[in-house]
Design a protein around this ligand. Structure first.
Ligand code: ADP
Ligand code: MG
Length: 674
């Protein structure tokens, strides 16, 4: 099999993500050129790539409108096509000298001189040069790696590697999919009579086979991970229902049906001797925090500690306040740990965690960054899990025996995404909001009508309600973002001299942040000007108006999260999306979706269609192999089948399953273990 690749070429391959010879097999064409036939110049259609053949009857270097080599090619029909080259070598000039017979492949268009091709691909023509038998693939490539070189190595790999099928015949027939070897060969060298649009749209059966194999590999690896976890050991945290019942009794509300359902799922998981890895999904405001508190209590009543992590200090601080309030009557005092604590306080907090003096630690990622050793960690709760990297979660897992993990997310994950990238986790969904919430009215307002928005804010605040003003997101510069927030704050302070206004942004010290949030919560501040630091988790039921400045700059998930900060009390709530014109197409699409939908799942599904999985996956992206061929927006049926077949293969064809993983996941050693 050995395929000799010179180091210089290898480094180009690396740039293209080609690390093994098999990667060459899977380096599939972007499009094809048709060099299997000749088109008469008279029949050329502007914009449609074609190959012509004829004789050069004129060739000269022109200096206007730019320096270029311009040739006239005449074919048998007597028509003339101009070939134009802006950059050219002397050798090219020679190849295109008067009297030469050549074939030119390119896209014809109406040019300066008449019908022309700019930079066509030229080769010597003649009876001894046969037409190609297959469409010519055009591969994604990189500077310094010409198509012919890349093609040569790909063909060598196709010939040298064993491409035997990893799918058992029985399954292949049932699925009506072509064989793997035939499929890749067809995609690299399609016959001239093939339906080219099916190839380009990736709808050809050969494409289906590749996409299926990729999805199958992903399903297999996720299953394997899942099974492996169920062989590892974690503490059995039995549901004694002492502390948990006590909390439920004290709460000013009863759990919703959906909260009860997910709580039972989590409680059952915790009592098993294997590490739970459960994702708790619930739209903003659905009441995940109390479920997290119950889970922590089940750990604590078994003598194990719990850690509760949030991605921002504001959010962690809120959890701390809430849990302190809920747990104090039960005699449990959580310890607070964040990066901005003074060294002395941090040390004190770490010591209380290490000695087992405290059973619950709440904080930001400082919880696992600093050298915090838990005495007996039984459960890790991660809020807004998509904001954390996989590595960070694993770091916490690495401390001591393996704890259970509860991950929470308010960014709903569409079904196909959950089935693919999250297939190694168990998922619980809170699909119901607590009663008494009034729906949020969303308004789209052009920036030209800013004044009207000011009046709306004033009216709401004077009626005793509270409002958020979210400052524009400025991706390029954090400093600029801060400056904008400060300027907005100054402007609004001038406009509303009668209102007390607060300012929250990422650069405040944690004491300042906590103070501001507490004052807003207590109703002392009527208006809170904030950067997107309030995106996640802020909970002030009396706030019923949200203004999002430059909403066109924000992503869908972010807009949905921000909007979810209001509509938490009984008062009718409103979210005003201020936008600046002109809108890009993407921004327009996003605003339309957020305006028309309130259901987070629907918004997420549309987001997936709009942008692909990257955005929704957040940090998880770095932890799982991304799909290159299959498209979760379109290939949902294929995904369903891959999931069923993965189960069947692990059960009935373990060797084939292993071979399939080996073939597809060779670059992802983490995903190979079975
Ligand atoms: P999220 O799921 O967005 O984290 P929270 O846990 O912050 O939501 O809950 C939102 C608000 O709803 C909080 O004020 C919380 O105390 C309240 N809440 C939670 N569960 C219920 C319930 N079953 N009935 C009434 N209010 C509830
Ligand atoms: Mg929350």
């Amino acid at each position: 099999m050995p395929l000799k690749i010179p180091p210089a070429t290898q480094s180009k391959f690396t740039k293209l993500g080609i690390r093994t010879p098999f990667d060459l097999v899977l380096h599939l064409p972007l499009r094809y050129e048709d060099e299997t036939k000749i088109t008469r110049i008279a029949d050329l259609v502007p914009g449609e790539s074609a190959q012509v053949e004829g004789e050069i009857i004129h060739s000269e270097v022109m200096y206007r409108p730019r320096r270029s080599l311009v040739c006239q090619l005449q074919d048998d029909s007597g028509d003339i096509l101009y070939l134009r080259f802006l950059n050219f070598y002397p050798s090219q000039q020679k190849q295109l000298a008067v009297g030469k017979k050549i074939r030119a492949l390119g896209e014809p268009r109406m040019g300066f001189f008449g019908d022309e091709m700019v930079h066509p691909k030229c080769r010597v023509a003649g009876e001894s040069v046969p037409l190609k038998q297959a469409l010519t693939p055009v591969y994604p490539t990189t500077a310094g790696l010409p198509q012919p070189t890349l093609t040569k190595y790909i063909h060598a790999a196709l010939n040298a590697l064993p491409l035997d099928d990893t799918l058992p015949q029985k399954i292949l027939q049932r699925l009506h999919l072509p064989e793997f070897a035939a499929s890749v060969k067809l995609l690299h060298q399609p016959p001239p009579d093939i339906d080219e649009s099916a190839l380009l749209e990736r709808a050809h059966p050969a494409w289906m086979r590749i996409k299926f194999d990729e999805l199958l590999a992903q399903q297999l690896s996720m299953r394997v991970h899942y099974r492996e976890r169920s062989r590892r050991v974690a503490p059995e945290l039995i549901a004694h229902n002492k502390l948990t019942d006590a909390l439920l009794k004290d709460l000013p509300f009863a759990l919703t049906g959906a909260q009860k359902k997910v709580w039972h799922e989590i409680s059952a998981d915790l009592s098993r001797p294997h590490p739970m890895q459960r994702l708790l999904q619930g739209d903003v405001g659905s009441g995940k925090t109390v479920v997290a508190a119950l889970a922590a209590l089940q750990a604590i009543e078994n003598g194990y500690q719990a850690a509760f992590m949030a991605p921002t200090e504001i959010l962690a601080e809120q959890h701390h306040l809430k849990l302190r309030e809920w747990l104090a009557p039960l005699g449990i005092e959580p310890v607070w740990l964040s990066g901005s604590l003074k060294k002395k306080d941090k040390t004190a907090a770490s010591e209380r965690i290490a000695s087992g003096d405290t059973m619950l630690a709440i904080g930001t990622h400082a919880l696992f960054q600093t050298a915090v050793e838990f005495k007996k960690l039984g459960l890790v709760i991660v809020d807004e899990q998509h904001k954390f990297g996989v590595q960070q979660r694993l770091a916490l897992r690495g401390k001591g025996s393996e704890p259970h993990q509860l991950m929470m997310s308010a960014t709903p994950i569409p079904r196909t995404l959950a089935m693919s990238y999250y297939a190694d986790l168990d998922v619980s969904v809170i699909d119901e909001l607590p009663p008494g919430r009034t729906p949020i009215v969303t308004k789209l307002v052009s920036d030209a009508r800013r004044e009207e928005v000011f009046e709306r804010v004033r009216a709401a605040c004077l009626e005793g309600r509270q409002a958020y003003w979210v400052c524009p997101l400025i991706d390029e510069s954090e400093a600029l973002q801060l400056q904008t927030a400060q300027e907005t704050f100054a402007t609004l302070t001038q406009i509303f001299p009668e209102l007390r206004i607060g300012l929250a942004h990422g650069k405040l010290s944690s004491a300042e942040k906590a103070e501001t949030m507490a004052a807003f919560k207590a109703g002392e501040l009527k208006l809170l000007v904030a950067t997107t630091v309030i995106e996640v988790g802020v909970d002030v039921p009396n706030a019923s108006l949200m203004v999002i400045d430059h909403a066109e700059r924000m992503g869908l998930a972010q807009l949905h999260q921000l909007r979810g900060r209001v509509g938490r009390g009984a008062a009718e709530s409103m979210c005003v999306l201020l936008f600046q014109q002109p809108l890009s197409e993407l921004a327009r699409a996003r605003l339309k979706i957020i305006f028309e939908n309130t259901d987070g799942f629907e918004i997420a599904q549309q987001d997936l269609r709009l942008r692909g999985p990257g955005e929704l996956l957040g940090a998880r992206q770095s932890g799982v192999p991304m799909l290159r061929f299959a498209d979760l927006g379109e290939d949902d049926k294929l995904l369903d089948r891959a999931r069923d077949i993965a189960d069947e293969m692990l059960r009935d064809f373990p060797q084939e399953a292993q071979a399939h993983l080996q073939r597809w996941m060779a670059n992802e050693p983490d995903y190979l273990r079975t």
